[in-house]
Ligand binder design. Structure first.
Ligand SMILES: Cc1cc2nc3c(=O)[nH]c(=O)nc-3n(C[C@H](O)[C@H](O)[C@H](O)COP(=O)(O)O)c2cc1C
Length: 345
């Protein structure tokens, strides 16, 4: 079983993660992890924080002479802005954030303690762990990528940028949607035998856990509810060269909670960023008097970055399901097991 735990606050000393369950013998390239971190920081509409932070990973354990050794992998990204103890108290909860519910739940008189951990800054370390998962999957020619679909209802690059410029001018924010595709996933990952083994459920949970994501679809997703069965289900064909195959992929590569050998397609929808420069109405948590929500340094739109985070999240779930099926101790043993399975199909 692959397990991931993270720690760290947005303006704390560092972000940390422990990834346990990666097999021994996997060659790790720190440069690739840093490249993925850079991708997460990019995109039109990002805020000033992304200019301050230039994320680089430190690998503190689990790797020796450039390869994994089967022990937990500890990852660290230092925060350049680590001013957590100097930052002012926050008393006006921002609608759309964990601010109010978090302060009531943990009995805080300062929302700073909520937003420091609820912040999407934490996703940087998830991307680092996801890059290790992508590295593992590449050994089996499984490639996970993403693309931006919409920003604020617009789908061409120039209109999206225009929409972001408009939002910036109005001191507003935007959401949008993106798609993650995993190519080369073999048939048979995940299972119908228990609800928590279903690959679609696991993918939906991990993508939904990215801050701001409000809906996740697999394949045709919500649109399949509007069509006849004959227009939705992918017919099955067989040829000696291809084996079993489909001419369509409305299922998004998963049927009955199991990968079916077609590309896995996950689409996600993100709400607009919750920190507005022109803040919404709120209530002071101490005085209980009306006020405007707190203003925090913020992105205007981060859908492209959310796609990069989702790639790592999808890679994590696929790696976990892959290790379940083919063994999890040593890369060379897993390769033998994988090849035997592929030959048997
Ligand atoms: C990459 C990324 C960057 C984000 N940047 C910001 C930001 O700068 N300011 C902000 O208020 N919210 C930002 N968010 C979104 C919030 O974190 C999100 O609205 C908040 O966590 C509440 O979402 P939830 O209800 O889905 O948890 C970002 C999200 C992602 C994925």
């Amino acid at each position: 079983m692959l397990r991931l735990l993270s720690a760290g606050e947005s303006h704390g000393a560092a972000l940390l993660a422990i990834l346990e369950g990666m097999p021994a013998g996997l060659k790790v390239d720190k440069g690739f992890i840093d490249q993925e971190l850079k991708r997460r920081q990019s995109g039109y509409g990002r805020g000033p924080r992304m200019k301050i932070e230039q994320d680089r990973v430190d690998i503190l354990s689990g790797i020796a002479r450039g390869k994994t050794i089967g022990s937990p992998i500890a990852l660290k990204i230092d925060n350049r802005d680590s001013s957590i103890d100097k930052l002012p108290k926050v008393l006006a909860p921002r609608p759309g954030h964990a601010d109010l519910a978090g302060a009531l739940k943990y009995d805080f008189n300062d929302i700073r303690f909520v937003l420091e951990r609820a912040s999407a800054r934490e996703t940087a370390i998830r991307v680092a762990a996801g890059a290790l998962c992508k590295t593992f999957l590449k050994e089996f020619r499984i490639v996970v990528s993403s693309r931006l679909l919409m920003v604020g209802g617009e789908s061409t690059e120039s209109r999206m940028k225009q929409k972001i410029d408009e939002a910036r001018q109005k001191q507003d924010t935007l959401g949008g949607s993106f798609e993650v595709v995993a190519q080369g996933v073999p048939v048979g990952l995940g299972s119908y035998v228990q609800s928590d083994k279903r690959l679609d459920a696991r993918l939906a949970a991990v993508v939904m856990s990215i801050p701001g994501i409000k809906a996740v679809e697999i394949g045709l997703g919500a649109e399949s509810a509007n069509r006849m069965g004959s227009e939705v289900h992918d017919e099955i064909f067989y040829s000696k060269s291809k084996g079993f195959y489909r001419k369509t992929n409305n299922a998004g590569g998963i049927e009955g909670g199991i990968s079916n050998g077609e590309p896995i397609v996950v689409r996600a929808y993100m709400k607009p960023i919750s920190s507005l420069a022109q803040p919404l109405d709120s209530v002071n948590i101490i005085t209980r008097k009306p006020t405007k929500a707190a203003i925090q340094r913020a992105d205007i739109c981060a859908v492209l970055a959310a796609g990069v985070i989702a790639e790592g999240a999808v890679a994590f779930v696929l790696s976990d399901a892959f290790l379940e099926k083919f063994g999890s101790d040593s890369l060379s043993q897993i390769k033998r097991s994988f090849q035997g399975y592929i030959n048997s199909l």
